[in-house]
Ligand binder design. Structure first.
Ligand SMILES: Nc1ncnc2c1ncn2[C@@H]1O[C@H](COP(=O)(O)OP(=O)(O)OP(=O)(O)O)[C@@H](O)[C@H]1O
Length: 335
């Protein structure tokens, strides 16, 4: 079986670094939330920040945005640090927070006009409303927008100043599939004109297909970073075998050449390995079933396990599953 790892190709690594966070530490009530997090984003790159709930993604973004002061560490955006003063620093990036709210009786176009006043050369409001799919709603009060429309409006506000860097906290949460595609269309067009995007997301499929690189944050530390395909290869996660968890399955598969690691989630055993591992593992299972009297497990159970076993290419979910401390329930049916 040929395994194709899908994932976006890395962007131009020779492009200048436009966001540099170096060794960020942050504690709340003496509880460490960030423990030395360093992130770099180049012009024109879309970089994903993924990790379990509570991993520190929002805290990291808020430290970068200047909403929170890190206990230690440095941040520079487009060559500016916070010491440049809040006015100059905030012009260097556009931010969409995880939750934000505007005055309830502000209309969509009024909000855009209000925010456009902060910038010397703002994006044309009619054009931006069109791009973000809110033209028909320009006279609608903020309170009357749906959750997804509110997300689109806050993204438009982050884009208004044509910033070199966009910081987005779960930008697609609550968006329907059309709105997601529209949003990605806008972001990808922007990166073509050298805007850099750093976004926190729980949508691993989007992170893999849309981001040039990802950082996996776990417990306040970077557990992995790089293009998804490279990370999978380097971690020995080229292929996956999924089957019901049994003690004899664990013992048998961990002895198969090419096995690298495994994980049990909700009674299912995921075994990972180098290219070719899954085929060798299935052959080992078949041999074990054929010689059923030599090992544990009844004949019926052996057949059942073999029938339920499935192989498939790995993706960012697998990296996440093996690199973070929190078991992750795949949202999508797996092959
Ligand atoms: N203002 C605060 N005071 C105290 N603890 C906080 C505060 N904000 C966040 N935390 C804690 O810091 C940790 C990291 O939270 P954070 O929101 O940064 O994680 P996250 O990765 O963005 O999570 P999620 O994916 O659920 O949005 C959590 O344990 C959270 O409870």
């Amino acid at each position: 079986m040929t395994v194709t790892v899908k994932g976006r190709q890395p962007a131009d690594s020779g492009a200048p670094v436009v966001l540099r966070a170096e060794g960020l530490y942050k504690s709340y009530d003496r509880k460490a939330v960030l423990s030395g997090v360093s992130v770099r984003v180049h012009a024109g790159e879309i970089v994903g920040l993924v990790g379990p709930n509570g991993a520190g993604k929002t805290t990291f973004l808020e430290c970068v945005e200047g909403i929170r002061r890190p206990d230690r560490g440095e941040v520079e955006i487009a060559g500016l640090s916070r010491s440049a003063g809040p006015a100059a620093y905030h012009l260097a990036f556009g931010a969409q927070l995880q939750e934000s709210s505007l005055a309830e009786r502000l209309r969509v176009a009024e909000a855009m006009e209000l925010f456009a006043g902060f910038y010397d050369d703002p994006w044309d409001i009619d054009d931006l409303l069109e791009q973000i799919g809110l033209t028909e709603h320009r006279r609608v009060f903020y309170r009357k927008l749906s959750g997804g429309q509110k997300r689109r409006l806050t993204l438009a506000l982050a884009l208004l100043g044509r910033p070199p860097v966009l910081l987005l906290d779960e930008p697609t949460t609550g968006l329907d599939p059309h709105a997601r595609l529209e949003m990605w269309g806008v972001l990808e067009k922007l990166t073509g004109s050298r805007t850099a995007v750093l976004l926190a997301t729980h949508d691993l499929h989007e992170a893999q297909s849309r981001c040039h690189r990802v950082y996996v944050l776990d417990g306040g530390r970077i557990a992995a970073d790089g293009p998804v395909a490279e990370l999978l290869g380097a971690a020995g996660l080229s292929t996956r075998l999924r089957l019901p968890d049994r003690p004899w399955v664990r013992e048998l598969l961990s002895g198969v050449p090419g096995w690298t690691t495994s994980r049990v989630v909700a009674g299912t055993y995921y075994a990972y390995g180098e290219h070719g591992f899954a085929e060798k593992a299935v052959a080992a299972l078949r041999a074990h079933v054929a010689a059923e009297d030599t090992g544990p497990g009844t004949a019926g159970e052996l057949q059942q396990v073999l029938a339920a076993a499935s192989t498939g290419p790995t993706d960012l979910e697998d990296l996440y599953l093996t690199r973070t401390g929190t078991p992750y329930e795949p949202r999508h049916a797996r092959d």
